[in-house]
Each structure stands twice: as C-alpha cells, then as structure tokens.
Design a protein around this ligand. Sequence first.
Ligand SMILES: NC(=O)c1ccc[n+]([C@@H]2O[C@H](COP(=O)([O-])OP(=O)(O)OC[C@H]3O[C@@H](n4cnc5c(N)ncnc54)[C@H](OP(=O)(O)O)[C@@H]3O)[C@@H](O)[C@H]2O)c1
Length: 321
Amino acid sequence: MKAIVQERYGSPDILEFRDVPTPTPGPGEVLVKVAAASLNARDWHVLRGDPYLSRLTFGLRRPKQPILGTDFAGVVVAGDGFEPGEEVYGEHDGAFAEYVVAPAKVVDRKPANLTFEQAAALPLAANTALQGLKDVDKGRSVLINGASGGVGTFAVQIAKARGARVTAVCSTRNVEMVAGLGADRVVDYRKEDFAATGERHDLVFDLVGNRSLRDLRRVLAPGGTLLISGGGVYEGGSLLGPIGLVLRSQLVKPLIRDEVVLLNAKPSRANLAALRGLAEAGDLTPVVDRTYPLAEAADAMRYLEGEHARAKVVLTVHAAP
Ligand SMILES: NC(=O)c1ccc[n+]([C@@H]2O[C@H](COP(=O)([O-])OP(=O)(O)OC[C@H]3O[C@@H](n4cnc5c(N)ncnc54)[C@H](OP(=O)(O)O)[C@@H]3O)[C@@H](O)[C@H]2O)c1
C-alpha cells in the first residue's frame, strides 16, 4: 500500500509518499481501508519530534511508528467485532496510509450523516473537546482560547450543546465562522485582549498556550477551572515548548485556590459513540478548511504548521464506496 512515511524527525520536506507492506490485524484489531484521514497539531509534534522532551514518548532517535497520522474514517476489511464493509472512524497511529490497523476499542461506527472527510475530522480533536468539557453543564460560562482551530471549533459546539454560555477567542478572519458555530460572544484577539475585559468564566479552556498563567487565571470566576491542553511549537527546536506552561501550572498549583487541570485526552469507543450521537443529532458539524490528496500530505502539514488553518485539514485517500 501507499503511505506517508517519516524515517527521522524534521520538517514536512522529509515526508515520503511510498510503498510499505499492508498491515494485518491481530486479535482485538481491525483492518480499515482508509477513505479519509485528518491532521492534528499532534502530527507536527510527532513529525518534528518537538518539544524534544516528547521524544521520550514518540521515540528517542526516530518515531516508533514511521507512518504519520492518527485520525481516519473508512471501511472495515476484516477484524474483531465488525462486519467487512462497515463504515467506521477512529483514532490510531499510522492513519496517513491506504490501510490502517487499529485496536477495535478505538474504532466505532461512522456518524451516518457525515461524509468520510467530515468523520475523519472528528476523532482526536473532537474527543479532546469532549473530554475537556465533560463537567460543563447548563448556565456555566466557558471561555475558549483558540476557538477557530481543530479542537476549538468542536469545543464551541459541544459547550453550546451542553447549554453553556460561550466566549470564543480567535482572529479577525474567523470571527464570523466561530459566531456561526453558536458562540455567544466572540473576542477578536487582534482588536481586544480577553484578559483585560473584566469578564470572568467558570471554565477557561486554553488551546493556544501563548498567554501567561497570570492572564489566564485573571479571567477565572471564583472556584473556576483553568484547563491547559498544550500549545504551539511550529518553529521547532524547543526543549519544553508548551510543556513549560504545563510545568509552571503544576508548580503554582499548591499555592492557589483556582483549579488547574492538564488535559490528556485518550481515545475510546465510548467517546467516539458520544461524538457520533452529537453529530447525528445535528449538534456537532466538522468545519473542514482544506482537503489534500494523500500524496500531498507534506503540503497539508506545511499549511497546518502555520497554526492558522480554519479548523480541520483533511487528506482524501480512497474514493468513498
Ligand atoms: N492535551 C491534549 O490531549 C491535546 C489534544 C489535542 C490538542 N492539544 C493541543 O491543543 C492545541 C490546539 O490544537 P488544534 O488542533 O486546535 O490546533 P490548531 O487547529 O492549529 O488551532 C490553533 C488555534 O490557535 C489560534 N492561534 C494561533 N496563533 C495565535 C495567536 N498568536 N494568538 C491567539 N490565538 C492564536 C488559532 O486562531 P486563528 O487562526 O484564528 O488565529 C487557532 O484557533 C495544540 O497545541 C495541541 O497540541 C492537546
């Protein structure tokens, strides 16, 4: 099969589109013929091995999994608990390929009302939003910094579906799109500083990592929660990158009353099923900015690395059956 392969860490220039053996499923696994795959910020952390500390997880000298990508939607070829031909989606390493093998526990039926491209946009980013917002309920006030990104566009919709009041922070060109997703108030960070408005929120969900802990805590209501998910490193070459903010937050944690939570979203079939429910109810619609053919994954990564893609970037692999 054809796949997008990285033999070492580096820029998108090192990616190769080439033949590799088609994987075979073992017990508890599913072989999926990939129709579409989506890109996530995680993919450029893996591609560049950045921050360096992340190589303890991804692989010290080179990535343990040489095929990039984690989000896919496609059709089951064979595997545990699924019928051949079933339309599925899921999250597992090695997704930028014509076929992917994934544990059955991170694969679920594709939302019936979504295309393969839309379904592939969901898993990692929408699951991150779902887990970050799991304790949000009606009437709570939520601020989302990075609302126009892959995770943010899902977070706005999920928070609204839960009945929260949503303040969304993004750049000028995305204000209209984010308002269209249901945000009650949109702060254009090029014109207004969300940390200086005097408004307070029960949950501050940071998806950018470009503000100090002090600024983020300044917009928390008493007893509120600051949720930290990471941040960008697109220039590459950092030891800690977004982990710096994470470490600082853990150091001050015992000294402050605000709750500071680090998000580490894990995939599961239960979460994929919950996302399917939201999508089929019309509460969650992926925003797909651009699609590229699999062979042009390096260009797609270059676009994503700019950190201003409008929500999701998707690779098309096999034509929909
Ligand atoms: N902890 C976890 O489990 C987990 C899981 C998934 C993702 N993450 C992290 O969450 C972050 C967001 O992921 P994503 O996929 O949503 O990324 P993304 O699609 O690249 O979104 C980036 C967002 O950052 C905003 N942004 C870029 N530069 C900015 C600036 N100078 N000031 C303010 N906002 C700026 C963009 O807004 P504009 O384009 O409107 O400027 C956009 O909304 C990443 O750092 C990722 O590593 C963590």
